[in-house]
Design a protein around this ligand. Sequence first.
Ligand code: COA
Length: 180
Amino acid sequence: MIEIRAEQPLDISGVGQVTFDAFSQSELGHHGEADLVSAIRAAQPDAISLVALDAGKIIGHLMSSPATVESQGRIISGTAIGPVSVVPSHQHQGIGCALMNTLIEIASVQGYNFVAVAGHPDFYLRFGFHPLNTFKIQHCFQSMRDEVFFLRLLGSVDRTVLTGGRLKYCSEFGPQDRFA
Ligand SMILES: CC(C)(COP(=O)(O)OP(=O)(O)OC[C@H]1O[C@@H](n2cnc3c(N)ncnc32)[C@H](O)[C@@H]1OP(=O)(O)O)[C@@H](O)C(=O)NCCC(=O)NCCS
């Protein structure tokens, strides 16, 4: 039976291992995602860190950290998902989807206006995300394509307030100087 819950201090080393295993055995390879999780945990008290357990053992993890869209002189607050990891032995069993759905529920309850994510559309579009250009938003990373970013609005936020906006992740994701 799979359990999904908020990360606790004792989970930290298991989360690091799961993140490393999931990425290093994927076609993407591991490019510091486990360190990114640690950096976000250390610097972002509002990050949402969820673990998936099978018989008490951590087999999946999702991190989401504060993000903003600056648009029309306003700052709209949201949360940005990533990294998400499920160990290879437990993939394709719905655990990634369960982590995603739990995060969306929590973000909604916490009053965030949007959830953002960068990744493969085959995985993320099923959760009500739309490409950034649907909202006429651009992200601020210098070297990433706009097409890999997706956003889902939460609650009753009016999408027109986002028009022309710029999506910013927390600084642990590195420089976001595309428009500097
Ligand atoms: C992406 C990941 C978290 C999905 O976890 P999961 O538990 O296997 O996901 P689920 O079983 O809930 O959903 C599986 C579905 O998502 C899609 N999917 C899973 N991994 C995918 C990937 N790397 N690319 C595109 N689509 C993917 C498939 O459509 C799959 O459906 P299928 O099982 O019918 O083939 C997991 O594959 C993983 O940890 N990958 C390595 C790390 C990674 O790439 N993380 C995401 C980028 S931040």
